[in-house]
Write a protein that binds this ligand. Sequence first.
Ligand code: ZN
Length: 158
Amino acid sequence: MIRIGHGYDVHRLVQGRKLILGGVQIPFEKGLLGHSDADVLTHAIMDSLLGALALGDIGKHFPDTDEKYKGIDSLKLLAYVCDLISKNGYGIGNIDSTIICQRPKLSSYIESMRENIAKVCNVDISKVSVKATTEESLGFTGEGLGISVHSVCTLVKF
Ligand code: ZN
């Protein structure tokens, strides 16, 4: 039995925040705005994992009105989601994500993001794909107003 999940997330780029993607802090003049650490990649991945089992979304599991999630490392939330997936009798088949970001250039950080996610999900790195693209200066990502991420995953029944 295979289940497929999709996740999508957007965060605004602002001054005075850290830029964290897949648990990697990336040097840049701006960072992502959000209640947690605003790790948009990890958020989209969690939504794809939850979506695959129709378990809702991260807004339901980790409401941004809850003070305990303020500034939280999103990888900790991912660990919770992976635990939930496994309690429901499923394991991760694979994850494939695309970060849409005009600047900064992300290629040198991709491997570290994959390592972080694979480690938290307790899967081989070969099961975790992270890609980055630009939108050719078009739209809100192209204008550098924010970063968006699409993620899909498969879950396989134990
Ligand atoms: Zn988010």
